[in-house]
Design a protein around this ligand. Structure first.
Ligand SMILES: Nc1ncnc2c1ncn2[C@@H]1O[C@H](COP(=O)(O)OP(=O)(O)O)[C@@H](O)[C@H]1O
Ligand SMILES: [Mg+2]
Length: 236
């Protein structure tokens, strides 16, 4: 894939994965079309984190295919998958707390020798704090820094694992604006695991419902816009 390529599709078919022989994901088939914003919802333990971990290569798939821009990436090491253009914002942010914001970003960009400067356009508030230790940022700032770090790797599709977790409503609004801007300006596809109905409704075009490691349904934009019924879906 050329470095400048935009609008890349993520295609997953028959994906299975688990831990030490215990199956968690079963026959997952999903598609994030070029530039599309797709949600993943499901109760605790449904396998949402495992799904993203299997896509990025942290958990090895036992079956199935994962194609990004036509390249088969299933079972490749995470750094190879990232180089193909899959970005990952892990649950709980996982920044290096004793490195500065800038150092965290430059670590992510290093393998591709990408400049990190353009990334700060989306995070003006973070640009002011680029020399601050990441561990001293607020929760909302750390979440934005985790997204900035992923963006420094120039992803075509971005996987996000519950980025709104623990954030204030104001911080969630900032997160929404940032995700929509990245999607709009860069054509980055999003696969957003999220329990926060406000962020979900405002960000994604449809959402997959995950239950016991399988995709059991899909919520439409209309259903996502109805926060009350969405809450019922998420609490079952
Ligand atoms: N590192 C691990 N080792 C073994 N089992 C795990 C591990 N991580 C998650 N699991 C199990 O996999 C299942 C799915 O977990 P997870 O993907 O974290 O779900 P979710 O993100 O939807 O809450 C759960 O039964 C969980 O206990
Ligand atoms: Mg999880």
């Amino acid at each position: 894939m050329s470095a400048g390529e935009r609008h890349v599709r993520l295609e997953v078919a028959g994906l299975a994965a688990g831990y030490r022989g215990v199956p968690v994901l079963r026959d997952i088939t999903l598609d994030v079309r070029a530039g599309e914003r797709v949600g993943v919802v499901g109760r605790n333990g449904a396998g949402k984190t495992t799904l993203l971990a299997a896509l990025i290569g942290i958990v090895a798939p036992t079956r199935g295919t994962v194609r990004l821009g036509g390249h088969d990436i299933a079972g490749r090491p995470p750094y190879v998958i990232a180089a193909h253009g899959l970005g990952y914002v892990p649950q709980g942010r996982r920044l290096f707390p004793r490195l500065t914001v800038d150092e965290n970003l430059r670590l992510a960009a290093r393998s591709k020798n990408l400049p990190t400067s353009g990334v700060y356009d989306y995070f003006p508030h973070l640009a002011d704090r680029r020399h601050q230790l990441a561990g001293t940022l607020s929760g909302g700032e750390q979440q934005l820094a985790a997204i900035a770090r992923a963006l420094a790797g120039d992803p075509k599709v971005l996987l996000l694992d519950e980025p709104a977790e623990g954030l204030s409503p104001v911080a969630v609004e900032g997160l929404r604006d940032t995700l929509l801007a990245i999607s709009r300006d860069r054509g980055v596809g999003l696969l957003l695991v999220e329990q926060n109905t406000t962020l979900l409704a405002a960000t994604v075009e449809r959402a997959l419902l995950l239950e016991k490691g399988s995709v059991v349904g899909e919520l439409t934009a209309e259903q996502l816009g109805d926060e009350q019924s969405l809450r019922v879906f998420l609490s079952v």
